[in-house]
Write a protein of this length. Structure first.
Length: 251
């Protein structure tokens, strides 16, 4: 268990989509650094509650789960206010929640467009807007989880790639808009976890062949990059850090 010497003791972080996978790793790592964490979830309530219970056992009154559908515009403000009101402050917002699935051209529906752009771009923008008063009060930080495919679009995923490209633009634009009170940066993961719908051995091999490090990364790699922006980079804003084992070198 950490002590009062934790680098972020007393700070509060809201992590969206934090019940499972990479989001959960970010929540756990920030908690290890001394943060109190707000674990946002949509459908994974049981996972979120279990995660918070485990974190609270390690340090009492240090984790809370809040459910919200980020596609519901009217839910975004209350999510931020509830999160900030839990301990009376908000120091960090990590926009991790994301919807991901293929949308081959010729078959894309309006609903798919709205879902992919809504989760990956609209929600982060308005969550930041609602969080400005809280983050400004503590010279806080926003970290957006983007994707290497924002710069190198993924075949058959145009809507997703466009949404993540927009999130990169959001990162750079808001870094200008909100400085110097709030820093805004992004982490761009490469191959970290295989898609939940699965990736066969051939696909995995093809991806690994394009990674100089020769292996996928881990959720902890992303969590450490997020923590770097939050607490070790006070003069860094508007930047996108690729955590991809060198994959982006291949274009």
């Amino acid at each position: 268990m950490k002590t009062s010497a934790e680098p972020a003791a007393g700070k509060v972080a809201l992590i969206t989509g934090a019940a499972r996978r990479v989001g959960a790793a970010i929540a756990v790592h920030l908690h290890d650094q001394g943060y109190r964490v707000i674990v946002h979830y949509h459908r994974s309530e049981a996972d979120a509650l279990m995660l918070c219970e485990g974190l609270d056992r390690r340090r009492n009154d240090s984790a809370t789960a809040i459910g919200a559908d980020l596609l519901e515009f009217e839910a975004l403000g209350p999510l931020v206010e509830t999160a900030a009101g839990r301990w009376g402050r908000l120091d960090a917002l990590v926009n991790n929640a994301s919807v991901f699935y293929p949308t081959p051209m010729g078959s894309v529906t309006g609903q798919q467009w709205d879902e992919l752009l809504g989760s990956n771009l609209r929600a982060p923008f308005f969550l930041v807007q609602h969080a400005i008063p809280w983050l400004s009060a503590n010279r806080g930080c926003v970290v957006n989880v983007v994707d290497i495919h924002a710069d190198r679009p993924l075949k058959n995923h145009p809507a997703y790639s466009i949404a993540k490209a927009g999130l990169v633009a959001l990162t750079k634009s808001l870094a200008k808009e909100l400085a110097p009170a709030i820093r805004v940066n992004a982490v761009a993961p490469g191959a970290i976890l295989w898609p939940e719908q699965g990736a066969d051995a051939k696909m995995q091999a093809e991806i690994l062949n394009r990674i100089p490090m020769g292996r996928p990364g881990t959720p902890l790699d992303i969590a450490k990059a997020v923590a770097y922006f939050l607490d070790q980079a006070p003069y860094v804003t508007g930047q996108v850090l690729a955590v991809d084992g060198g994959r982006s070198l291949f274009g």
